[in-house]
Write a protein that binds this ligand. Sequence first.
Ligand code: COA
Ligand code: ZN
Length: 328
Amino acid sequence: MNAAVWQGAGRRIHLQEVGTRDGLQAEAAFVDTARKIELIDLLSAAGVTKIEVTAFVSPKAIPALRDADQVLRAIRRVPGVVYSALVPNVRGAERAIDAQADELNLVMSASESHNLANLRMARAQSFAALCAVAATVRASPVALNVSLSCAFGCPMQGDVPAQDVLDWCARYVNELGARGVTLCDTTGMAYPTQVVALVRAFRARWPDTELTLHFHNTRGMGLANVLAAIDAGADRFDASLGGLGGCPYAPGASGNVCTEEIVHALALMGYDTGVDLERLLAACAKLPALIGHDVPGQILKAGRRLDLHPHPHDFEQIAARAAARAGT
Ligand code: COA
Ligand code: ZN
């Protein structure tokens, strides 16, 4: 790694919150609509760049997000924040446009097996469906992003060739006119050197396309992958509050990289995420009560690096004894 790159020097890194979509879709408990809206409003106020508010999918497939329409309509829109929604088909796109999404996030998988498991279609059928959605979107002021799941490996098929990933990206940019592409590490299979190679290849081919990296921390490589991607020229990451998340159709999936952990680490290194960590942690503190369990994120438990702890109660005696011993 290039030492100079590790010093952020104020470089802007965009953080996109996906906890209310990727996070809540994986939770057993249904989070009340009003509480979801409150949480999203807190996230908007904390300064994230984009929020993937919800998903306009079949309520039978993902019951946790069956209130997508109400949530997207009721949130407070902070100027400058992009409010995005995941959509699987034209029906979802129409619902999301109707509820005034700023951006639609379309999804398909780089792996045939995962595409079938998650979306019940072959990849070619998914791409045809994406074309239909793109046609719907072109008639509206809404922007288009395409998320490619399993871009760094598939839990059923194994490695996915980087060339396949780039070929799909080419189709999103050229045929769908996507503003952005998200490379998703759906089940935490990405590793730093692989990330560097793919980010560099993408950046070289499409310098003007918005590139997002979406990492899951399944095997503890989340932050390492974020730093590797930054080193390779990426500046946009999905992350989820408290580290919630996980695709219900991917065996062994677990949480996204954790927003407050990434914000905390990047701030220490001199990067500018524009996020107010204090506010973010206040929003995060509400999560355990909403979902009924502890969150995987570490900062809520450990505090920030310089949130200091009191000395032990007998510290003065310890110090006095040490001084006496030093004197003898
Ligand atoms: N919004 C609301 N309802 C929808 C919908 C949408 N975007 N798309 C489909 N439906 C409904 C249909 O009306 C139908 O309802 P019915 O059973 O009451 O008639 C039902 O869902 C099934 O529709 P069908 O077109 O046969 O789709 P399918 O069963 O092949 O399901 C998906 C395909 C993709 C729509 C569905 O599996 C889905 O929404 N999956 C969510 C995937 C996801 O979000 N994964 C995690 C994120 S990567
Ligand atoms: Zn994900």
